[in-house]
Design a protein around this ligand. Structure first.
Ligand code: ADP
Ligand code: MG
Length: 302
């Protein structure tokens, strides 16, 4: 389809440097598409910080509040301002590091992007430290920083998401749909990281609670229920299977008796990073072909 290009001299006449507020809002649009993107970024930060317990609290589809609380390594007081600045990260220092990245984050964009389009509060205390820090940002304002007490780890609370970008709000779905998308993110990470205890509360209701025992089966029962637990099959690479150099495969599937009406139960992780890939999903569904009724989909994490 051909696109009509509108040449308006009024728009091309002057080149201007955008102000930092506008830049912030535009780049926020790339990182924060919807409430579940906020949940994903904050959970990934908690995991990168070595958390073994992560509590996610959601109100009003995530537009009223998304809060992620962890017991990870926290942030030193003198690093808070950096954590909230664009392109500031503790996980990458040179381009070459990208080749052997072991963290989920590395761009240093999530916190400032989220803070550009919400009222963000970050409270953090490093294990062993006497005082912690609390920082607040209102829709991209300069952070207000004070000392705080509390338990070790980090809590990030995001309120009034997209409150300053009404156009964005219009594209969001019903709160229940946005909440469901957040559940999917939490469930994916709960299944991908069975060694971490995840809790998800949506509008006061406990939706997910995993033990963090480190056993896949326990996470499957917690997320998908005991029927799924009974159908659980750990994957093993068959003897003499053609192997791809440098690739190890592990995970589990549920026997076909337990299945879903959506593909939401199909999860893939590469180096612990949750990825969504049509070809992989298709390959898995093909393997179940003729074992499942049309319109039914398997449960798996690979
Ligand atoms: P990135 O994850 O790409 O580094 P972010 O904007 O998500 O960028 O976070 C910026 C920095 O803030 C991180 O590199 C990390 O040092 C620190 N940080 C963010 N969240 C947490 C957390 N929950 N616990 C400890 N440190 C954190
Ligand atoms: Mg991050």
């Amino acid at each position: 389809m051909s696109q009509r290009v509108c040449h308006s001299p009024a728009v091309t006449e002057v080149i201007r440097q955008l102000d930092s507020h506008t830049i912030g809002k535009i780049s926020a649009g790339e990182v924060v598409e919807r409430p579940s993107s906020v949940a994903k970024e904050l959970i990934e930060n908690a995991l990168d910080a070595g958390a073994t317990r992560i509590q996610v609290t959601v109100e009003g589809g995530g537009l009223q509040r998304i809060e992620v609380s962890d017991n990870g390594g926290g942030i030193a007081p003198d690093q808070i301002m950096l954590a909230l600045s664009r392109h500031a990260t503790s996980k990458l220092s040179m381009f070459e590091d990208l080749d052997h990245l072991t963290t989920l984050g590395f761009r240093g964009e999530a916190l400032p992007s989220i803070a550009a389009v919400s009222r963000l509060m970050l409270r953090t205390l490093e294990p062993g430290a006497a005082v912690g820090t609390e920082a607040t940002v209102e829709f991209g304002s300069r952070p207000g920083v004070s000392t705080s007490a509390g338990s070790y780890g980090t809590t990030v609370s995001v309120r009034d998401l997209f409150g300053n970008v009404p156009a964005r709000r219009k594209f969001l779905r019903r709160p229940s749909t946005e909440s469901a998308a957040i559940s999917r993110v939490v469930e994916a990470y709960a299944l991908g990281r069975p060694g971490v205890a995840f809790n998800l509360t949506i509008d006061g209701r406990k939706v997910v609670a995993t033990s963090g025992s480190g056993r896949d089966l326990d996470a499957v029962v917690a997320v998908h229920g005991s029927d799924a637990g009974n159908a659980f099959l750990a994957l093993a690479e068959p003897e003499g299977a053609a192997r791809v150099e440098g690739v190890d495969l592990s995970g589990w599937i549920c026997a076909p008796a337990v299945n879903k009406s959506t593909r939401q139960g199909i999860l893939f992780f590469v180096n612990s990073r949750w990825i969504q890939n049509r070809s992989l999903t298709y390959a898995l569904e093909e393997a179940f072909h003729s074992l499942l009724m049309v319109g039914r989909h398997p449960l798996a994490a690979i």
